[in-house]
Design a protein around this ligand. Structure first.
Ligand code: DC
Length: 234
């Protein structure tokens, strides 16, 4: 069995999902966007009015966890799996700035993390998975065969995210997006429960000045090397 587990972590808007999707498609692996799961729980909190005046009612969210059901379904038109919250496709709803504003507050709750990590581990138990997030190489799959850690300069990341939001038709300013990217990085890296940090055995990729094609070639090379080694070891 030469299928491997690939963990992609890194700061917000570093292009983790782009590279993860490309890799999964090329290898015929499952792609799991773990951030989509934290975003879906945040959407639930917003819809259930558990966020009032900018304050998240953590206790109530924890109590509601058993009634939050998440799953992914592959969309052949889009070429990736979309996230569903209680059987409703929320792939588009979870990408707005409102969800981005509160997602780090939701993601720092240990009970939320426990629930989502268990689902993620179950999805990756047969290998052949590419998962991206913040704690994939450190907590979800500490034994992953290949760990990548992505980074890029904040203004480059904010520019990419700003363009994405404008393309969706969202009304946002560049400044708002930059602030959100920087604030999320701060909260995600300093929270107590599974903070964003580079795994010791992760390969760092800074794509500030790297095109998508160059990045993909590099990552695919690394991946093929790991798969070849695995075959030799088998
Ligand atoms: O990858 P993303 O920007 O869609 O993730 C949204 C938020 O979810 C991010 O700011 C932190 C949180 N997250 C996390 O804490 N752990 C993960 N494995 C993935 C995301």
């Amino acid at each position: 069995m030469s299928k491997i587990t690939i963990a992609i972590d890194g700061y917000s808007s570093t292009g983790k999902s782009t590279i993860a999707r490309q890799l999964a498609k090329t290898l015929g692996y499952i792609y799991v966007d773990s951030g989509a799961m934290y975003r879906a729980v945040t959407l639930y909190a917003l819809q259930a009015e558990l966020i009032r005046d900018g304050q998240l009612d953590k206790e109530e969210l924890i109590e509601s966890l058993p009634s939050i059901f998440l799953h992914f379904t592959f969309n052949p038109k889009k070429g990736f799996a979309e996230v569903y919250l209680n059987n409703k496709n929320v792939e588009s709803d979870i990408r707005n700035l409102e969800v981005s504003k509160y997602v780090s507050l939701v993601a720092e709750i240990p009970e939320v993390r426990r629930k989502l990590v268990a689902i993620q581990q179950e999805m990756g138990k047969n290998k052949g998975v590419v998962m991206d997030g913040r704690d994939i190489g450190t907590v979800v799959f500490p034994e992953a065969d290949l760990k990548l850690f992505l980074n890029a300069a904040p203004h480059i990341r904010a520019t990419r995210r700003y363009k994405e939001l404008l393309e969706r038709g969202d009304e946002v300013t560049f400044e708002e997006v930059l602030q959100n990217v920087e604030l999320r990085d701060r909260i995600d890296s300093t929270r107590e429960a599974s903070p964003l940090k580079q795994a010791e055995d992760a390969i760092v990729i800074d794509n500030t000045d790297m095109g998508l094609k160059e990045q993909f070639e590099r990552v695919l090379n690394l991946t093929n090397r790991v798969i070849d080694q695995k075959k030799k070891d088998a």
